[in-house]
Each structure stands twice: as structure tokens, then as C-alpha cells.
Design a protein around this ligand. Structure first.
Ligand code: FAD
Length: 472
């Protein structure tokens, strides 16, 4: 038998964590292999996450605008949905992107080893290919980048085309008459928006008394109002306890989440054509052989490391470890971990990882929410500016939402920025940069922003912190 291939770094998983790690390792001259068991590179994000969802959000947003808004600006059309074409353009984009990662691997001399990887002891990874053949790789450092999978809901079994997870909801063959989304988090609201725009009646059932946990609660209230105005129905404080697939569709049993004196009430049945379960994602470590290197997981299944290191020569990045489960966070982890492996410095500030909901309007934020500042007893000042007073938003007839800047009451350092409005996801970048440089709200307020742009609302919100907003 030939001797096992010897690498500096072997990465298990080829998602945003794994592929960025492989490329960075290649750039730094490390001999690197990335083990990925899917047919394509790119992980959840490129194949069944960020990218296909954004493709459908973009297309469905244009479809709704054409159906609802075009006439008002003097464009008369009668749009007709061609779902197979919409799905095909989504898949074509996904294929182009995953091929792009393959090209970057070649360019940076990173080997893609196709198959399922398993740690078989210190410095050893065994790969089982789809045909059952096994290869052993030797590595000085192993990086775990195996990502996450949808969390199942007890009592609600997945049934193809009927009770689906996000992957199923990205590929429905027809627009459901009634779609019930379980979970009012980012993924549920994005995919719920897609199908509502294409014609489905959408009800979102959520356990908590609010939507999008983690979002500033002031913003969450405004966001829920905007989605309700668009026709989405919310059933909050409700617990889904079971499901049954019948000829008529899917029956969901729903109970009030809080029982006893303040809550209670009888269980009821909701019926939909399709149910999307989007209650969160859980770390994926099945069959990984962590025990062979003495690595344990926490009680929620996450592999926890100290500055990405979990054992001698074993590192962890991305969704499978702590921090926000986001592609750009996985990417930052990847660069930091590889630079540490290469003997350089590596660090990620999780407070500065932005969150974005790609609905219409978008919601984006970075840093602390008002709820967190209150809970932590931090004295802060706040400035808020509505898009109804922003000229670009007015001209475009898109005035829902606002920008809010939170700053330390004493030092004026920016603590959080929260935006709801079209392209909020693009606008949050300047807040991330300002905060990374330790900027004050006065810095934002005194920086010239082009007119007329929506980003002027961020500047005006910062001016609001100083008490000299001009346009509102
Ligand atoms: P993953 O992308 O999950 O990649 C892990 C890879 O490892 C997978 O390809 C898997 O096949 C492989 N793997 C696992 N175990 C093994 C093994 N033993 N051997 C070989 N291969 C293995 N995030 C954003 O930032 N923005 C968004 O807009 C966004 N939208 C999303 C929409 C949806 C519908 C979903 C589901 C997620 C979305 N996310 C978004 C989250 C984002 O996809 C994840 O945060 C990101 O993919 C995490 O990257 P990762 O590399 O840690 O893991």
C-alpha cells in the first residue's frame, strides 16, 4: 500500500468555514486538503442556504413589485409566474458559485478530497468515498468545519414536499395554497416571504411572544408590522405539538406556549398544504470521531475551543462551534484559525459580526441592542431617523423603517446600529467599519454621506445622538 498523503492542514467540511480556511492556507503556502462529502463545494451556504434563498428572494421581490408597485410608477405589465424558470436560474447561479470555489481551490493549490471525513486519532483523517473506498490522510493540524443541520421538531416528522426543512422549502415544485412556517427566525421569515410573494397564504407560528429573537425588540415590532401589512399572519406564543399528513394537507396541533393562569387555552388545529419547520440549526458532528482525539461537545452539541483550538493539532470553526451561525462569521473564524496555525495572530470580534434579514424591507444590525444595553445597565444615548424623512426613500416610495444609532452616554463610542429599510444589509457595513475603529457617533455624524442616498439616514440617526438631526 502507498503511504498516506501528508498535509500541513486537513480541513473537514467545505462550507464557508472550510473553503475559506483551505484557500487562506494555500495562500500562506501550507499544504492543505479539504474533505467534503457533498457533490459540490460551498457547504450549506452556497448549496442550500444563503445563495439559493437570496436568488428566490430577489426574483420573488421583483415579481411582487411588478404585480403590485409598477403600475403606480407608470409601468403597466401583467406578470405571470414561471416557477420552473425561477428555480432553474437559482440552480444555475448556485452551480456557477460552487464551480467558482473549485476554481479557487485549484488556484491556491488546495486539494478537495471527496468523501466523508472521520478523525481516526491525532493527526489522522480517514476519508470514505461514495463508492466505499477509504483513504487515510496525515495532518499536522486538523480543522473541524462540519457546519450545522436543521433542528427537527419533536412530534413533527419531515414528509417530502409536505413537511419540509429549509432545503425542501427552496425547491417546492408548486406554490402552496397555504404555507405554515414554524419558527419566526430569519430563515423562516425569508422563505415565508418568498412563497407569500409568489401567492401562498402564509401563517408563521412562533413559540416566543415576539419574532426574530436577537433583533432589537423595537425593530422587531416595526418589522412584524411591515410583514403583517404585506399579508403575513403571525401566531405568537404558540407551541406546535404534533402534525398529521392527510389527503387535505398537513394538520398541525398548536397549543398556547404558556400554560396556567396567564396563558392556557385549548389546543387548536391549523391546516396547511405545506409546513416549513425552521426552528433553528444544530451543530453537525455525526460520525466525526471526536472521541479519538479527546474532544467533547457541550450540552447543545457544539465543539467548543479556546481561540479555535480544541486539542493539540485540532481546531474548530464556523457553525459547529460557538458564535452566530452565519457564513461571514465562519469565514472570519477560518482566516483567524489558519493564521494561528501558520504562527500568525488571529482574532474575531463576535460583537462586530452583522446580522441581516433579506426580506423587504431588509433588517440589519451590528453591536448591542437596546435590550442588551438595558440588561447590562449601560448608560447610552440613542438617535433614530425614519425613512419617511429620507429623500431617496421618498422618491422610491419605500419609506418603511428607520435607522437607529446607540452610543455610550459618556464616551459617545458607537455601541450598536440598527436599520430596517431596503438595502439595510448593504448599509450596515459602514457601521461595522466605524465600530471596528472604535468610532464615536459624532464621527458618523460628521462624515459626508452622498445625497440622495438611504445611508444619509444613518448619518442623520448619528446626528440625532448629538441632538442636531436636520431633516426630521
Ligand atoms: P456549512 O456551510 O454547513 O458546511 C459544512 C460542510 O461540511 C457541509 O457541506 C457538509 O456536507 C460538510 N461535512 C459535514 N460533515 C462532514 C464530514 N464528516 N466529512 C465531509 N464533509 C462533511 N448565513 C449568512 O451569513 N447569510 C445568509 O443569508 C444565510 N442564509 C441562510 C439561509 C438558509 C436557508 C440556511 C439554511 C442558512 C443560511 N445561512 C446564512 C447560514 C449559513 O449557511 C451558515 O452559517 C454557513 O453555511 C456555515 O458555514 P460552515 O462552513 O460552518 O458550515
Amino acid at each position: 500500500a502507498t503511504a498516506p498523503a501528508q498535509y500541513d492542514v486537513v480541513i473537514i467540511g467545505g462550507g464557508p468555514g472550510g473553503y475559506n480556511a483551505a484557500i487562506r492556507a494555500g495562500q500562506l503556502g501550507l499544504k492543505v486538503a479539504c474533505v467534503e462529502m457533498r457533490e459540490t463545494l460551498g457547504g450549506t451556504c452556497l448549496n442550500v442556504g444563503c445563495m439559493p434563498s437570496k436568488a428566490l428572494l430577489h426574483a420573488s421581490e421583483l415579481f411582487e413589485a411588478a404585480s403590485r408597485d409598477f403600475a403606480g410608477i407608470g409601468i403597466e405589465v401583467t406578470p405571470r409566474l414561471n416557477l420552473p424558470v425561477m428555480m432553474k436560474q437559482k440552480q444555475d447561479s448556485v452551480t456557477a458559485l460552487t464551480k467558482g470555489i473549485e476554481f479557487l481551490f485549484k488556484k491556491n493549490k488546495a486539494d478537495w478530497i471527496k468523501g466523508r471525513g472521520r478523525i481516526a486519532g491525532p493527526g489522522t483523517v480517514e476519508v470514505e468515498a461514495a463508492d466505499g473506498s477509504k483513504t487515510t490522510l496525515k495532518a499536522r493540524d486538523i480543522v473541524i468545519a462540519t457546519g450545522s443541520e436543521p433542528t427537527p421538531l419533536p412530534g413533527v416528522d419531515f414528509v417530502e414536499g409536505k413537511v419540509v426543512d429549509s432545503t425542501g422549502a427552496l425547491a417546492l415544485p408548486a406554490v402552496p395554497g397555504k404555507l405554515i412556517v414554524v419558527g419566526a427566525g430569519i430563515i423562516g421569515l425569508e422563505l415565508g416571504s418568498v412563497w407569500r410573494r409568489l401567492g401562498a397564504e402564509v401563517t408563521v407560528v412562533e413559540y416566543l411572544p415576539r419574532i426574530t429573537p436577537g433583533m432589537d425588540s423595537d425593530l422587531a415590532t416595526a418589522f412584524q408590522r411591515a410583514l403583517t401589512k404585506q399579508g403575513m399572519t403571525f401566531k405568537l406564543g404558540s407551541k406546535v405539538t404534533g402534525s398529521k399528513v392527510t389527503d387535505k394537507g398537513v394538520e398541525l396541533t398548536v397549543e398556547p406556549a404558556v400554560s396556567g393562569k396567564d396563558g392556557g387555552g385549548a389546543a387548536e388545529t391549523l391546516t396547511g398544504d405545506v409546513v416549513l419547520v425552521a426552528i433553528g440549526r444544530r451543530p453537525y458532528t455525526a460520525g466525526l470521531g471526536l472521541e479519538t482525539v479527546g474532544v467533547e461537545v457541550d450540552k447543545r452539541g457544539f465543539v467548543v475551543g479556546d481561540h479555535f483550538k480544541v486539542a493539540d493539532g485540532v481546531w474548530v470553526i464556523g457553525d459547529v462551534t460557538t458564535g452566530p451561525m452565519l457564513a461571514h462569521k465562519a469565514e472570519e473564524d477560518a482566516v483567524a484559525a489558519i493564521e494561528l496555525i501558520a504562527g500568525k495572530a488571529g482574532h474575531v470580534d463576535y460583537n462586530l459580526v452583522p446580522s441581516v434579514v433579506y426580506t423587504f424591507p431588509e433588517v440589519a444590525w451590528v453591536g448591542k441592542t437596546e435590550d442588551q444595553l438595558k440588561a447590562d445597565g449601560v448608560a447610552y444615548k440613542s438617535g433614530k431617523f425614519p425613512f419617511t424623512a429620507n429623500s431617496r426613500a421618498k422618491i422610491n416610495h419605500e419609506t418603511d423603517g428607520y435607522a437607529k444609532v446607540l452610543a455610550d452616554a459618556t464616551t459617545d463610542r458607537i455601541l450598536g446600529v440598527h436599520i430596517m429599510g431596503p438595502q439595510a444589509g448593504e448599509m450596515i457595513g459602514e457601521a461595522c467599519v466605524a465600530m471596528a475603529f472604535g468610532g464615536a457617533s459624532e464621527d458618523l455624524a460628521r462624515t459626508s454621506h452622498a445625497h440622495p442616498t438611504r445611508s444619509e439616514a444613518v448619518k442623520q440617526a448619528a446626528m440625532g445622538v448629538e441632538g442636531w438631526t436636520m431633516q426630521a
